[in-house]
Write a protein that binds this ligand. Structure first.
Ligand SMILES: *Cc1c(COP(=O)(O)O)cnc(C)c1O
Length: 426
């Protein structure tokens, strides 16, 4: 059941009426449901029960501390892609050894900080990175546990910008080269490779690409073992899709069957790194109608949220369902409507040519499925302070990131002395 449902004509997040939150924090704001996060996590965990699979939440999908903590309390570790995310995971209470550091461009500085913090595993994506990690680990007197991220050359059949497992994508190393990497890692000081990882893309709605990718991991595990290497951990990546509109959500039992049939008999620890699947439908973005105007046949509903708060529609042509918070309070019948923000870009829209009711100015709208890749991709374009994030837990809610102030933004900037106006530039 969705955590966001209309009750008595008013959209609620669990037991809290959305207008009450709007009253308290202003608009726009993101709203997350703890119960929705927890339910997704438990469903996923239950589907994988008996397979010995450990869940590492990919925090780049939504790295708010409260979201990380809510999942960590359920047992999730963290999959991170920058030292900033390492810091977030630690601040949210994830144990360092439960952090998996992925990413194609980790710097030696990031590696050093992560090693000092005790991060559990580094997933390495190139020979240069492996050498860099060896150097840092050796210098600091650490032994880094290395997973090799392989590129299995599998088509995830998803949006081009979020497919990651083809040879032409920048991620991982060609899977055939795994043996030379394991040889190299065992010869270099400070690194120990005993793990393979894949992550073939995001928002996968078919599970067959996972079967292909995990099948290749299986073959490579056997090949490496024949060559005398230890492989005791397989990291199966994230990528499970969610329903935004009318997609078929990948069936968890089919996914679990694929894991069982491809890799569960290899006597390896297994881990998965879901991001979007856990948080995508556990959050919404709430905005207020500022103006309504007409251009030709088209109605424009201009709201106070914008592409700087949620860039997915314009970046990925993504669909987000949008609903009035109080459906009885609409101003007129449905018609072709663009729901847009105030930013000076034609790309600043949440929906185009959508059949949508006429809205009174001042009414609230909820943009659904905004829990993943939404607040984390926010920017300050047009000098728009970032919107606050609110978490609901049953009948209570709490601001878990306050709204940025203009003072916060201006505090980062300064004027050089030589712009005092006394001297013209040459
Ligand atoms: C982004 C990412 C994930 C999570 O992807 P989702 O599609 O949100 O599940 C998992 N692992 C790695 C390495 C990633 O880069």
């Amino acid at each position: 059941m969705s955590a966001f449902t209309h009750r008595d004509g008013i959209l609620h997040a669990d037991g809290v009426a959305i207008p009450a939150i709007a009253e308290a924090v202003g608009t726009p704001f993101y709203c997350y449901s703890r119960s929705a996060l927890v339910e997704r996590y438990r469903n996923f965990d239950a589907a994988l029960a008996g397979l010995g699979v450990d869940i590492f939440y990919a925090i780049k999908a939504n790295s708010n501390l409260a979201v990380i903590r809510a999942l960590a309390l359920e047992g999730a570790g963290a999959d991170v892609v920058s030292i900033g995310e390492v810091r977030r995971a630690l601040a949210a209470g994830v144990a360092a050894e439960r952090i998996l550091f992925a990413g194609v461009g980790k710097t030696q500085d990031e590696m050093a900080q992560a090693l000092e913090a005790g991060v559990g595993q580094f997933n390495v994506e190139s020979e240069s990175e492996l050498r860099a990690l060896s150097e840092v680990a050796n210098r600091l007197g650490h032994e880094a546990t290395v997973g090799l991220r392989v590129n299995p050359d599998v088509d995830a059949k998803t949006h081009a910008k979020i497919t990651t497992g083809r040879k032409e994508n920048k991620f991982g190393v060609d899977i055939e080269r795994a043996p030379e990497f394991f040889d190299l890692a065992s010869n270099l000081p400070g690194t120990q490779a005993s793990s393979l990882s894949v992550h073939i893309g995001s928002q996968l709605t078919q599970v067959s690409p996972f079967r292909e990718a995990y099948g290749r991991l299986r073959e490579m595990t056997l090949t490496l073992r024949q060559a005398g290497h230890v492989v005791d951990h397989l990291d199966l990546g994230g990528g499970l899709g969610i329903v935004y509109e009318n997609e078929d959500e990948p069936d968890l039992s089919s996914y679990a069957r694929i894991v069982r049939e491809t890799v569960s008999d290899l006597d390896c620890r297994l881990s998965v790194e879901p991001g979007r699947f856990l948080v995508g439908n556990a959050g919404i973005l709430v905005a207020k109608v500022v103006y309504v105007k007409y251009g030709g046949e088209r109605r424009f509903v201009i709201v106070d949220g914008a592409m700087n708060d949620l860039i997915r529609p314009t970046l990925y042509n993504a669909h987000h369902d949008i609903v009035p918070v109080e459906p009885q309070r609409v101003a007129g019948p449905t018609g072709l409507t663009d729901i847009v923000g105030p930013i000076c870009e034609s790309g600043d829209y949440f929906a185009q040519a959508r059949d949508f009711p006429d809205m009174p100015e001042g009414a609230l709208l909820a943009i659904l499925s905004a829990g993943a890749y939404s607040s984390v991709m926010a920017s300050n374009y047009n000098s728009r302070p970032m919107a606050p994030e609110v978490m609901v837990d049953g009948d209570r809610f709490e601001v878990v990131r306050r709204r940025q102030s203009m003072e916060d933004l201006l505090a980062l900037e300064s004027l050089p002395d030589w712009l005092d106006g006394s001297q013209a530039a040459d």
